[in-house]
Design a protein around this ligand. Structure first.
Ligand code: AVJ
Ligand code: FE
Length: 431
């Protein structure tokens, strides 16, 4: 287990280095969008959280640089204000994170991995590996917002399989109970717990995420100009923010183009739509005569095995995500075409539930019955409530260590700089 933990920490750090060594210092300290921190903040925050949880809380060590703690406390300074803080310059931020990591590896070698809740199955180490990977995704979002020459490159995802064009549009998930959440996933975060039974009426779910081509039909049909499709808040936001297409899209000579990591390209018709807000996803679904799936509907489709009645870790089973099952881990810098990854399909036949694009759900972010904040209430508890919508399934920028059938993400319904897409659903009774 120690080797597996060390490998996860190493993988996260390699990715952090790749995301921060590919640009000049000026690009690390600049703010590329008021929605995001400067990259150098994420870098030192990664080290600071690792010091806090592993060296201090697990290892009982004294703070290394107590004076910098407030700078990297996400609750003390909103993102927009972080560039004005006296942050560690890039080399010092790298040095700090590196020094923390050296001590953490010594601690890992010496520490028991049981006997205390933070240590059991290496939980605190796993939490920190996930935390770094989550900030790596955040940094990738910053890269997408950054203007200037491209700094990142990756091969395209594999082409869609031959059957992608002939898949049924939707799959039926019959009525019945399933187990939502988990008591057994060792590195599950508090909001994924505890396991509990949820009984759902039958529903249909899109086989794949909604594509750019389908979304373009919504635009061409005047979907952005028709308040019938939007909630009141969504319509107000649509007017105020002057939304007319996904973020990063522009129309030129009748063709849709998009900017992606510094490159402008035609919008690929068969890829899942990306960079839409919850309000846009919700409006699209209503235009299509459908609705967003609830979070429970999403999880049942992704985990329930009707043959055994139990919930799987992933749509394809309990085995870890590999390149055959899902587009995860920033192997590619874009989603794969809709219908890809047949080996990653769920028992009901839905594809790409894991990876590619985060999927907006209809649900607000609420605790499960029996929830207990652990190990800190600032991870989830302070965010519970109606202001946040849940996203599921991870995207191409999510590392396998931070993705599973139970994993819950959340954001404001206006947000669309995140790698967000969606699929739609309908209740079976209505038909
Ligand atoms: C779970 C993605 C909403 O980035 O705000 C990182 C993860 N929490 N550091 C976020 C997180 C603390 C969190 N999300
Ligand atoms: Fe954080």
């Amino acid at each position: 287990m120690r080797e597996a933990i060390a490998a996860e920490l190493l993988a996260a750090r390699a990715r952090t280095a790749a995301l921060t060594d590919c640009v000049e210092d000026a690009d690390l300290t600049a703010q590329h969008s008021p929605l995001m921190s400067p990259l150098v903040w994420d870098l030192a925050h990664i080290g600071n959280q690792e010091e806090l949880w592993l060296l201090r809380n697990v290892g009982g060590r004294d703070p290394m640089h107590p004076e910098i703690d407030p700078l990297y406390d996400a609750f003390q300074h909103p993102r927009a204000e972080r560039p004005a803080l006296p942050l560690l310059p890039p080399d010092e931020a790298r040095g700090y994170a590196h020094e923390v990591r050296g001590r953490v590896l010594d601690l890992l070698a010496a520490s028991p991995l049981e006997g205390a809740p933070l240590l059991d199955a290496g939980f605190a180490f796993g939490m920190i590996a996930q935390h770094e990977q989550q900030h790596d995704e955040t940094m990738l979002i910053t890269h997408q917002l950054r203007r200037g020459e491209p700094a990142l490159a990756a091969p395209p995802p594999p082409p869609a399989p031959a059957d992608a064009a002939t898949l049924p549009a939707e799959v039926l998930i019959p009525a019945g109970p399933f187990t939502m959440g988990t008591d057994t996933e060792p590195w599950a975060l508090d909001n994924e717990r505890p396991a509990h039974t949820v009984d759902l009426p039958a529903y249909f779910l899109d086989t794949t995420p909604v594509t750019n081509a389908a979304y373009q039909r919504f635009i061409a049909d005047g979907g952005y100009d028709d308040p019938r499709w939007w909630t009141k808040e969504g319509w107000d936001h649509r007017l105020r923010a002057e939304l007319s297409a996904p973020l990063f899209w522009k129309q030129q000579d009748g063709q849709w183009l998009r900017r992606r990591f510094g490159t402008v390209e035609p919008v690929p018709p068969n890829e899942p739509v990306l960079h839409v807000s919850w309000y846009e996803a919700d409006a699209y679904a209503r235009w299509a005569g459908r609705r967003l799936p609830t979070e429970a509907e999403w999880e049942k489709a992704a985990r329930h095995d009707p043959a055994t009645g139990r919930s799987r870790r992933y749509p394809w089973g309990d085995g870890p995500p590999g390149p055959e099952q899902a587009n995860l881990g920033q192997r590619h810098l874009r989603p794969a075409a809709a219908g890809s990854y047949p080996e990653g399909r769920s028992p009901y036949g839905a594809r790409q539930l894991m990876g590619d694009v985060w999927e907006w759900t209809a649900s607000d972010f609420h605790p499960y019955p029996g929830f207990r904040a652990w190990p800190y209430k600032e991870y989830s508890e302070v965010f519970f409530g109606p202001e946040y919508k849940v996203l599921r399934g991870g995207c191409f920028a999510v590392a396998p260590v931070a993705c599973r059938g139970t994993f819950r993400n959340w954001d404001y319904p206006v947000r669309r700089q995140i790698f967000s897409g969606f699929r739609t659903a309908r209740s079976a009774e209505e038909s």
